[in-house]
Design a protein around this ligand. Structure first.
Ligand code: NAD
Length: 352
């Protein structure tokens, strides 16, 4: 066995039905007395509910989180936190809301209590993103890792099917790339493999019946493992491509992941044969790329970039951007190979 270093994230995790009920206890446990509650505008009611549950511990609600954390929103949220004298943040929502809490913590070191309501996995990572003048910058910083995470499946029962499916596919992408990450180790592979198992068995059940709380709990469990896999390893071509496509062409984050993942896995199929075998077995499929593509179809999720707003004349530019800087990937990255991958993703070709 190769030598390795593994540093588990020090987050405290409360998992299960009614986990949201202990919000005030968990906030008090951190010693916080004035909490700013964050959400997107559409989920303000969740934030108000959290604020009510916090009672005197709540300093107010900031319900303006937006996809990709625009710097203007981050500045407004930081100003609100300072004005209200906040000493902690509660982020209730998906990756966008948790991302906003991270933007605040990056400058203020305020502790975050995350209450995820999608399956994207951001709550378990020290990775942040900020978008300025149309360019998304990401980084890692231990200050942005949530101190406490409350996984309550009841909060995911309202997820529209498309968002449940695509945020779950986003989580699957973290697991798959962790399996062939250059800095992966036996522990991260265990997390990633179990994450793939949990997500692939639960997501079809969630889509079939959005009110199936056991299926939602299983998907949240997979999301948790996916976030830990992402946090512990370096991502490769798939995440790089999604970052480029999302940032340059303003495509919806989770949908881009859903479309690109089977094609990126096909690209790396032979170069990461052992990881692909593990992923295929966890998916219960003969082949990882085909298993992921067929899962997306089964979930009713998009499988073609042309269907989620990608312009056909942007493929050359995307391939150029994704190949201009070197990064680790099982198969060497070249313009022609990535251009072919993007063409397949654009058309939604089954990755045989
Ligand atoms: P999101 O947070 O952007 O939410 C999408 C929409 O769903 C929003 O309008 C939101 O209000 C709504 N929503 C959220 N939960 C809901 C619920 N339970 N019921 C009904 N509606 C709900 O979606 P996401 O996919 O979770 O996050 C995407 C963002 O997260 C991207 O910006 C991505 O870069 C980031 N991300 C970051 C990491 C990380 O580790 N830093 C990991 C994964 C994703």
């Amino acid at each position: 066995m190769r030598a390795f270093t593994y540093e588990p994230p020090p987050s405290r995790v409360i998992f299960g039905r009614d986990a949201f009920d202990v919000l005030a206890v968990e906030v008090a446990r951190l010693g916080a007395r004035r909490v700013l509650v964050l959400s997107t505008p559409g989920r303000r009611a969740d934030a108000e509910l959290a604020s009510n549950r916090l009672g005197l511990l709540s300093a107010g609600v900031f319900a303006e989180a937006a996809m990709h954390v625009p710097i203007e929103t981050a500045r407004a949220a930081r100003a609100a936190a300072a004005r209200l004298g906040a000493d902690a943040c509660v982020a209730i929502g998906g990756g966008s809301t948790i991302g906003l809490a991270k933007a605040i913590a990056l400058e203020s070191t305020l502790p975050i209590v995350a209450v995820p309501t999608t399956f994207a996995g951001s709550e378990m990572t020290a990775i942040y993103g900020l978008t300025e003048a149309g360019v998304k910058r990401t980084g890692r910083d231990p200050r942005v890792l949530p101190k406490t995470v409350l996984y309550d499946p009841a909060l995911t029962l309202t997820l529209p099917a498309r968002l449940a499916a695509t945020s779950g596919m986003n989580a699957l992408a973290h697991c798959v790339e962790a399996l062939y990450a250059p800095d992966g180790n036996p522990v991260t592979s265990l997390l990633a493999t179990e994450g793939i198992r949990a997500l692939s068995r639960s997501l079809p059940r969630v889509i079939e019946d959005a009110k199936n709380i056991d299926a939602c709990a299983d998907a949240l469990y997979g999301a948790w493992l996916a976030g830990m896999s992402l946090n512990a390893t370096s991502m490769s071509l798939h995440h790089k491509l999604c970052h480029t496509l999302g940032g340059t062409f303003n495509l919806p984050h989770a949908e881009v992941h859903t479309v690109v993942l089977p094609q990126a896995v096909r690209f790396n199929r032979e170069a990461a044969a052992v990881a692909m075998r593990t992923a295929a077995d966890a998916l219960g499929a003969a082949d990882a790329a085909l298993g992921l593509f067929d899962l997306a179809v089964r979930l009713g999720a998009p499988v073609a970039l042309k269907d989620i707003g990608m312009p056909a004349d942007g493929l050359d530019r995307a391939a150029r951007l994704a190949t201009e800087n070197p990064y680790a990937n099982p198969r060497p990255i070249d313009f022609a190979g990535v251009r072919d991958l993007l063409e397949r993703a654009y058309c939604g070709v089954r990755p045989t």
